[in-house]
Write a protein that binds this ligand. Structure first.
Ligand code: C2O
Ligand code: CU
Length: 498
């Protein structure tokens, strides 16, 4: 990132003026409101609210291979403008961004230097789930390491992906404490944009000592939401562009449980891709919805006046009626300013139109080898296999996760139609590893254009119809709710494709 000099900071033009500054002041509470005049250089203001955006370190493949050492450890890092003691990969939050091309080989040596079992999942990549590839059944104990190897197929979709731990029972805690990073599979042809930005959105709650705050069982059942909402580990960072500049934003929702509804003031958001699925035509959207785990590739063209990207509150249902009494709905209730785009300088010339991608694949007319119904439920605990304090069960088809049981046997080379039913009063974002899902119906409405997601939200008391092509990469892996607290509490099943 270019540092903000005093000279350029002084000519910053409106950022939604008082509205934006007021919003930031509200969000950051006691922290200083946005004050461009007081900002100095990039490094001095790293992590300070309102400081220039600093993106994670980038590690890029060369000659078809990327070898990375990822050390997961506890330590002190600048986070949200203070020193925090958290987990991190290679000492930074987020961890390094891994940039690959289709057909590349990715080697990751995961070193576990903290005191809990962990492992690694490459979320959304279409790679083998077996052996030392994207195998979530691997356990990497404290003090040991494991060498992962992921071979991307030559036709792997371009897009934004990410990595995070996946050891059952610890996933939400380890993510919330700082273990996540992005993966980019490059476009075959660079897009005609002035620049690309990687925006990793996460949340965390820090306690008075700067450690990660403890999470109650109630919050686990609802799905925890952190008090701080961060972009690349920063509170409301600032981006700078010239009027008319077109940017490509890659946004990743790495929050353990928080749903994001993104809205930009001052300029439209144009969706290029959701998860790994490129849209047939770039589509302008007033609001962009990201369940935990989802990504979106956006095109943003800077207007004259800049703007603020906000996360609006999302009502994802409540547990009332279950066992918690009449608690308010889950989810944050105030909009949060995620970042500020400041526009200054002379306007730029128009760029050529975005190229039209090849039409997305459409399975809706394919022969279906098998139909399945999967039912997500929350119920009273009554001796289900949890520990003390356990009050409620989170199940798929009436069962909690058991790594030794295979819940779905699938024949490789077939297309299946799955209906995912949610009988509970909360939304559950359903994630399937390895094979993306084409969404045909969601919440009672047909999805007209081919839409490919690897996390699809199943609304409270609603259902979703998807189709899945199980074409390659046989083996055993999982599907689960990506409210990671729910996953840890049992809302996960095992699938084997052969
Ligand atoms: Cu992002 Cu099974 O996880
Ligand atoms: Cu859930």
């Amino acid at each position: 990132m270019e540092p903000v000099s005093r000279r350029t900071a002084a000519v910053v033009v409106g950022i939604g003026a008082l509205g934006a500054a007021g919003g930031i002041a509200a969000v950051t509470g006691a922290l200083r409101p946005l004050s461009p005049g007081r900002r100095t250089t990039g490094s001095a203001s790293a992590g300070r609210p309102g400081g220039p955006l600093r993106e994670p370190t980038v590690l890029r493949s060369e000659g078809g291979i990327l070898e990375v050492r990822l050390e997961a450890a506890r330590g002190s890092h600048p986070l949200a403008g203070r020193s925090a003691t958290t987990l991190a990969y290679n000492g930074a939050i987020p961890g390094p961004t891994l940039r690959l091309r289709a057909g590349d080989l990715l080697r990751v040596e995961l070193v576990n230097s903290f005191d809990e079992t962990t492992n690694l999942h490459v979320h959304g990549l279409h790679v083998s789930p077996g052996g030392n590839a994207d195998n979530v059944f691997v356990a990497v104990e404290p003090g040991s390491s494991f060498s992962y190897e992921y071979q991307l197929p030559k036709d792997h979709p371009s897009g934004t992906y990410w990595y995070h731990p996946h050891h059952h029972g610890m996933v939400a805690d380890q993510l919330f404490a700082g273990l996540y990073g992005a993966i980019v599979v490059e476009e075959p042809e660079p897009l005609p944009v002035a620049r690309e930005r990687l925006l990793v959105v996460s949340d965390i709650t820090l306690d008075a000592a700067g450690g990660v705050a403890a999470v109650s069982m109630r919050d686990r059942m609802t799905g925890r939401e952190g008090e701080l909402l961060l972009v690349d580990g920063q509170v409301t960072p600032t981006l700078r562009a010239r009027p008319g500049e077109r940017e490509h934003w890659r946004v990743v929702n790495t929050c353990s449980s928080r749903f994001l509804s993104l809205r930009m003031s001052g300029m439209p958001l144009v969706i290029l891709r959701r998860d790994s699925g490129r849209l047939a035509t770039p589509t302008e959207a007033p609001e962009v919805f990201l369940a935990p785990g989802n990504r979106v590739d956006l095109v943003v063209t800077a207007g004259q006046d800049g703007g603020v990207l906000r996360a609006l509150p999302v009502d994802r249902g409540s547990m009332s009626g279950a066992m918690m009494g009449n608690r308010p709905a889950s989810g944050s209730t105030e909009p949060v300013d995620l970042l500020v785009l400041e526009v200054a300088g002379p306007p730029v010339d128009d760029l050529p139109a975005l190229p039209r991608p090849p039409a997305p694949r459409d399975l809706s007319a394919d022969d279906v080898a098998r139909e399945r119904v999967l039912t997500l439920a929350m119920g009273m605990g009554m001796g289900m296999g949890g520990g003390p304090g356990r009050g409620m069960s989170l199940t798929i088809d009436g069962r909690e996760f058991d790594h030794e049981r295979v819940d779905q046997h699938v024949e490789l080379g077939t297309v299946e139609a799955w209906r995912i039913v949610n009988t509970s009063s909360m939304d559950h974002p359903f994630h399937l590893h390895v094979w993306p899902m084409q969404v045909l119906r969601q919440g009672g409405r047909a999805v007209e254009t081919p839409t490919w997601l690897d996390v699809v939200n199943v609304p409270a008391f609603g259902e979703v119809d998807v189709r899945i092509a199980f074409e390659d990469f046989g083996g055993r892996t999982v599907y689960h709710c990506h409210v990671l607290d729910h996953e840890d509490l049992g809302m996960m099943g095992v699938i084997e494709a052969r």
